[in-house]
Design a protein around this ligand. Structure first.
Ligand SMILES: [Fe+2]
Length: 317
């Protein structure tokens, strides 16, 4: 990611995208009433900054509407907060990160990504791009390209893990036959458009096509992971059929995203809460001493839908 900080717009309350909560406009004890599922959906991003003693405990309390977190305890890049098992650390890293949605290549993409900055560090900035603005500003030829070519991610996942994470009673009862029935009856468990290619025990292999663009409360958004190397070195976004996305298409998306980017002016004891279906995020090369925690997952609405669909599946067996 290029670091054209001087060209970036800084987030201001008057922008229609983003809600900024600061001492001059909001009281400390009102923050919890603004950090809501509805506001994150409506504004795309909510930033809390400028308050003294805005603690990680407050942050954790205020993002309690994020209901589930997929914690991969084997991932050394995501160790847990020393006190709280639902908050993870963001690996310090030394590299810039190109535009991505958090876990955007997972079958159940988190709805919300929230970040809490404990210490500011010396340099580097967090960037957020409103996918609605990005989509609106893309040339017609690129919009047509994505109308004609769908993205394809080919991954395997364990349905039981997901069911447990969503607190589905009797999740252990899921078996290959039931998963087959789910597919046969076209029960929509996931938000994403999935083509199942293999069912084995409780594991599904599939290809899924995150809608591109997606529709959010703010309009049509481009919020797909199209850049290489954000998660897995070996992961290369492809279009249906296995071809890579042409370099000139990627370069144009990056250029438009850069023009639409907001550099979030956040420091220690600040937080950013991002609508992960609407906004891409990234960072420039981080400086030393930066300490950031993360909590991401699904809202109550998504959890309720998932539970209802899974219960229908289990009840129908
Ligand atoms: Fe990220």
């Amino acid at each position: 990611m290029k670091s054209k900080n001087s060209n970036l717009r800084f987030l201001r309350p008057e922008h229609k995208f983003g809600l900024v909560i600061e001492p001059k406009t909001h009281a400390l004890d009102s923050i919890g009433t603004w950090l809501t599922e509805q506001n994150v959906a409506q504004y795309g991003m909510v930033v809390v900054r400028g308050f003294d003693n805005y603690t990680v405990e407050m942050f954790r309390d205020h993002v309690a509407f994020i209901k589930t977190v997929f914690l991969d305890s084997t991932d050394p890049a995501r160790t847990l907060h020393p006190q709280y098992s639902d908050v993870q650390t963001v690996t310090e890293g030394e590299s810039p990160l190109n535009w991505h949605a958090e876990n955007g290549i997972q079958p159940l993409r988190p709805d919300v990504l929230s970040l809490y900055r404990e210490t500011a560090g010396t340099s580097g900035c967090t960037l957020v791009c409103d996918g609605v603005e990005l989509w609106a500003n893309l040339p017609t030829k690129i919009k047509n390209y994505f109308a004609e070519h769908r993205l394809e991610y080919d991954l395997t996942f364990d349905v039981l893990d997901l069911a447990k994470a969503f607190a589905i009673p009797n999740a252990e009862a899921l078996d290959a036959e039931m998963l087959g029935a789910m597919i046969a009856h076209n029960i929509k468990v996931f938000d994403t458009d999935i083509t199942i290619t293999n069912v084995s025990a409780r594991t599904l292999s599939g290809k899924w096509n995150p809608s591109c663009p997606t529709t959010t409360e703010g309009g049509t958004a481009f919020c797909s992971n199209v850049f290489r190397g954000v998660y897995l070195d070996s992961f290369v976004p492809k279009i249906e059929g296995g071809e890579p996305i042409p370099k000139e298409i990627l370069a144009e998306i990056e250029s438009v995203a850069q023009a639409a980017a907001v550099s979030v002016d956040w420091k220690e004891e600040n937080c950013i809460v991002i609508n992960n279906h609407r906004c891409l995020h990234g960072r420039t090369k981080p400086g030393a001493g930066r300490k950031v925690y993360v909590k991401f997952g699904h809202t109550g609405t998504t959890v309720a839908n998932f539970q209802r669909n899974m219960q229908a599946l289990l009840g129908a067996s």
